[in-house]
Structures are given as C-alpha cells and as structure tokens.
Design a protein around this ligand. Structure first.
Ligand code: CP
Length: 362
C-alpha cells in the first residue's frame, strides 16, 4: 500500500494539496467529522512521544474513526523478540492504517513492506519525521503566507535532529529557499543531506556556529533540542547541551515578522519568556500537526481504497553491500536483505535504503 516513510514519497503538488486540505479542515471542521467513520488507526509507538501520538489520536477521533495501539515496546511482544516485519503484518489484521515511531532507522519502511495497510513514519531514530515536516510547512504557510523566497535557520542538533533532515528535504523543492545551518561542529548536518539534498537541488546554504550573527537575516528560525537519547557518550551531551539558548535579548536581533518554530519538546533551548512573543509559533505548530495529520490519514485511506501501491525502489543492489550502522533496523532484524540504492553512479556511491548509511562500490 502507498505509505509515507520519507517526505519525498509525496510530490510537491501532493504536499501542497495536503496543506490546502488542512486549511479547509481548520475552516470547516464539521465537513470532516465522519470522514473516517468505521476506520481504525493503529498507533505503534516503540519510542516516547507526547505530540505525535496524541495528535494522531485526536486527528482520527475528529475524523470520526477509532484508535488502538501502544505507547511503549515494553508491554508488547517486541519485548519477546517479535520483529517489526511480523508486527506490522499482524496489525494489518486489526486496523486500516498504521502510524509507527521506532528508535531504529528504517523500521517504518520495513513495516510498510510487510503490512497490507498504509504505514506512516511517525519518526525513525535520528533519520526522518515526515509528518512533523507537514506540520512545519503548514505553520510556515499559515503564518507567513508562502513556502518560497525564505531564509530558514536551523539551530542546535542538526546531526540527530530528524525533523531538520525531513524539513530541509521538503524545502529543497520550493523556489529560492536559503538555509542557514547553526550548530556546533560535532552536531553538524549529516553529509547525505548536505550533498544529496541541498547541493543536488542547488540550494543556497551557509554553515555557522553563531546564532546571534544569523538572526537578522532569518524569516524562520527552527530551534531544536540536543537529542540526549542519540548520544553514545554522555559527557559529550553534557558539554554540548546548552550550546544555544534563544532568549528575549536574542529575539531583539530578529526581523519583526520572523517566525520561531520548534518541533518540541524543548529542554532549555528556548526561554519560556520568549513564549509571550507573537513570533513564537511552536505551540501553534503543535496544533497545526493535528490538522495536517487529519488530511494525511484521509489521503492514505482513500488511496488504499483505490489499491494504490508503494513504488518499488530503483537502482538498487541486494545483499552485495552490508549496512554497518548500529542504529539501522538491519542491525536487529537479521532476516532483512541488505539493500542499497545508487545515488552517484560516477563515484560508485550507494546508500542503505533503510537508514541512508553510505557505501562505495566500484
Ligand atoms: N515533535 C514531536 O515529535 O514530539 P513528540 O516526540 O512529543 O511526539
């Protein structure tokens, strides 16, 4: 079935249609109150969540549907060793659509290959978070009235910040979007996003360690939490955790209409005093997530009813290369065939189709 694993699974036209539907839901909620009557959403959350799980739940309820699922792996048969592959196949017997969050990169893709119902990636490790991207785009669109001609600053943990990777991939498809990457060197954006998303799409970008210097030119500032749970070394987390704190003084450096976003949860990177600033959009962003998830659930259920399938991966090699990324789903699901897609034939560069780890093959 057609699923949403990576934001680029949808064309830019499809993304824009979802945003339009979400705006219509905001204006006419009663029109959609029975749109998913009799349908069931399974929320399979193997990793903690507040916003994503609850907004998916609220979204399905406001569409007149029902929700089942779990919010931790510990009470499921995953704790006895059941695979993601089997879990998704089995849940297809009980529900019409799945929203899955998992600490292993590529887990929702494995689920989508085995399930007979649509699967939505609700965040896979440090990899991507496409439905957060839909919420981010809807918020920028509703607040600034455009997704083109923007300068967007990303600040904090750009290495593990999956929401950053997905949003940059989405923005790469809109005209004249400049990206300012603000992070400590240790938490810089992964090279695959830099080279294979931004440079391949001709995006203008700069890298800096200074938030203050960047503030005056930004239309959007996307703050992120330093992701403690992804660090192998706790001392390094302690050293980096307060690298950037947005406060009232720094907001004085920003444009009058600059929009501050954050996927949340925040820890210490935005002072609560900034919440009173009308430019602080992060709680409105969390509300927009519900509307755009409603639009997404409707779209995927409609396409499932029409029998629309996921495309097969192209330019791939099976079992010739081995993924060594310990955060990849291939590290725990032994029966998965290691599969790599060619991203640069001239240089022999391949990437794991689950986690995007790089390999060179001559
Ligand atoms: N933005 C986001 O994914 O929040 P949760 O982790 O609370 O779901």
């Amino acid at each position: 079935m057609r699923s949403l694993i990576d934001i680029t699974d949808f064309s830019v036209e499809e993304v824009n249609e979802l945003l339009d539907t979400a705006c219509d839901i905001v204006a006419n909620p009663e029109k959609y109150s029975e749109a998913c009557k009799g349908k069931k959403l399974a929320t399979l959350f193997f990793e903690p969540s507040t916003r994503t799980r609850l907004s998916f739940t609220a979204a399905m309820m406001e569409l007149g549907g029902n929700v089942l699922g779990f919010d931790s792996a510990s009470n499921t048969s995953a704790s006895k060793g059941e695979s993601v592959y089997d879990t998704a196949k089995m849940v297809s017997c009980y529900a019409d659509i799945i929203a899955m969050r998992h600490p292993k990169e590529g887990a929702p893709y494995v689920a989508a290959r085995s399930a007979s119902i649509p699967v939505i990636n609700a965040g896979d490790g440090g990899h991507c978070h496409p439905t957060q991207t839909l919420a981010d785009l809807l918020t920028i669109y509703r607040e600034l009235g455009r997704l083109e001609n923007l300068t967007v600053g990303f600040c904090g943990d750009l290495k593990y910040g999956r929401t950053v990777h997905s949003l940059i991939s989405a923005l790469a498809r809109y005209k004249n979007v400049k990206i300012v990457l603000i992070s400590p060197e240790e938490l810089a954006l992964p090279k695959y996003v830099k080279y294979e998303v931004m440079e391949k799409n001709g995006m203008d970008y700069v890298e800096t360690t200074s938030l203050e210097d960047s503030m005056p030119e930004l239309d959007v500032l996307y703050m992120t939490r330093i992701q403690q749970e992804r660090f192998d070394n706790f001392d390094e987390y302690e050293r980096l955790k307060d690298s950037y704190v947005l406060d009232v003084d720094k907001m004085k450096l920003a444009k009058e209409k600059m929009l501050v976003l954050h996927p949340l949860p925040r820890v210490n990177e935005i002072s609560v005093k900034v919440d009173a600033d009308p430019r602080a959009g992060y709680f409105r962003q969390a509300l927009n997530a519900k509307y755009v998830r409603m639009a997404l659930i409707m779209k995927l259920l409609k396409e499932a009813a029409e029998g629309r399938q996921m495309p097969e991966p192209v330019d791939v090699v099976f079992d010739e290369l081995h993924c060594d990324n310990p955060r990849c789903i291939t590290s725990t699901e032994q029966e998965i065939v290691h599969t790599f897609k060619c991203v640069s034939p001239e240089n022999g560069v391949y990437r794991c189709i689950y986690c995007e780890a790089k390999k060179i093959k001559n």
